[in-house]
Design a binder for this molecule. Structure first.
Ligand SMILES: Cc1cc2nc3c(=O)[nH]c(=O)nc-3n(C[C@H](O)[C@H](O)[C@H](O)COP(=O)(O)OP(=O)(O)OC[C@H]3O[C@@H](n4cnc5c(N)ncnc54)[C@H](O)[C@@H]3O)c2cc1C
Length: 321
């Protein structure tokens, strides 16, 4: 049976950042696993015909020196660009947000299409099992999935954790988000910057034209619905036609080539925890992290790319002490 110093469950930005930190320290006895075909989690980009569209995070802002230092490096490498905003730059990845996740994880090999289904304590370590029946040993485990999925995995594993930690995890809920991805035959009349987030009809949060954003050769538009709206219509089969009705005056539906719908069950946390990670057993062997874990002094107070980054970084520092 393979034996690792640490298993990081989830290769979104929090998991990748934790892995990068361990890697930099030369502690490469870790396994980064993700259930998906690609790393990135909510840093998601989809190919549509000969174009592409981001359909998770669109951009990120920076408040801390730590992330800013990285960002200066990513800018130099040509991985990201300042999309808009002079005083408060909105950075975005030049080739789609998922590409940035891939670039950040190119120094190690994540184990993909491996969904962790159980974690059991055995002989002073953890035995981790995935949905393919693979089993490995790990001295420590870092969980970085959206909190409701962490809670579910703990329950399925019948793993006993500190009641106060479990209570904190259970106090966090996530909102869903519907994203419509539309391919048009002709350019849109959206502003040159390629995004609108003001004055939109009720229920619509953001519209992004990826040709104008600069990442797509074809006109691919993502329409983000609000959490409230998405929850209300979650699972209904007519959401695409509702979106089209709402945006009749923004997009030329006669020129529509194709459409797809992305349902994020866990898009953004509605409330947050005020510590950048949580030690679930109190012995620094099983830790939860991710974007809903905010540093105590976090000024933005909301879940976002920067909080995922800082949480992954802090959790790795704690676990590799
Ligand atoms: C629609 C949408 C729009 C957004 N817009 C913005 C924005 O504009 N700006 C911004 O800053 N933030 C935005 N965000 C939030 C941002 O994307 C997240 O805060 C951040 O990417 C979260 O990173 P994470 O690593 O914490 O979690 P995730 O990216 O969710 O990573 C968790 C990973 O765990 C994996 N996983 C889950 N369960 C298992 C399992 N059992 N076994 C193995 N792997 C598992 C998942 O596949 C996933 O890859 C947006 C999010 C969404 C969904």
């Amino acid at each position: 049976m393979e034996n690792y110093e640490m298993t990081i469950v989830g290769a979104g930005l929090a998991g990748i950042t934790a892995a990068r930190r361990l890697n930099k320290q030369g502690r490469n006895q870790f396994l980064l696993v993700d259930k998906s075909k690609s790393v990135g989690g909510r840093l998601a980009t989809r190919r549509v015909a000969n174009g592409k569209a981001d359909h998770g995070a669109q951009f990120f802002t920076v408040r801390t020196e730590e992330l800013d230092e990285e960002v200066q490096d990513w800018l130099k490498k040509g991985w990201i660009t300042n999309w808009f905003g002079d005083d408060h730059p909105r950075y975005t990845a030049v080739d789609g947000m998922n590409k940035l996740a891939k670039q950040l994880s190119e120094e190690f090999t994540p184990s993909l299409e491996s969904k962790v289904t159980s974690i059991v304590e055995k002989e002073g370590a953890y035995e981790v099992t995935d949905d393919k029946g693979q089993v490995w040993k790990s001295e420590k485990v870092l969980l970085t999935m959206p909190i409701p999925q962490i809670v579910q995995l703990l329950k399925d594993s019948e793993l006993s954790v500190q009641p106060s930690a479990l209570k904190q995890l259970k106090s966090i809920s996530f909102e869903p988000t519907y994203v419509g991805i539309f391919h048009f035959k002709t350019p849109t009349s959206l502003p040159e910057i390629g995004q609108v987030d003001q004055g939109l009809p009720d229920g619509v949060e953001r519209i992004v034209d990826h040709q104008k954003k600069g990442i797509s050769d074809e006109v691919i538009v993502s329409v983000y619905m609000t959490g409230d709206w998405s929850r209300r219509y979650f699972g209904e089969d007519y959401v695409m036609s509702l979106m089209q009705e709402k945006l009749a005056s923004y997009l030329n539906w006669d020129d529509l080539e194709s459409e797809q719908l992305k349902r994020w069950r866990y898009a953004q946390a509605k409330n947050v925890l005020r510590s950048s990670y949580l030690d679930l057993k109190g012995d620094a062997t099983l830790v939860a992290a991710g974007d809903a874990f905010l540093r105590e002094n976090d000024e933005a107070g909301r879940t976002r790319i920067e909080s995922a980054y800082l949480s992954g970084k802090d959790a790795a520092a704690y676990l590799s002490w």
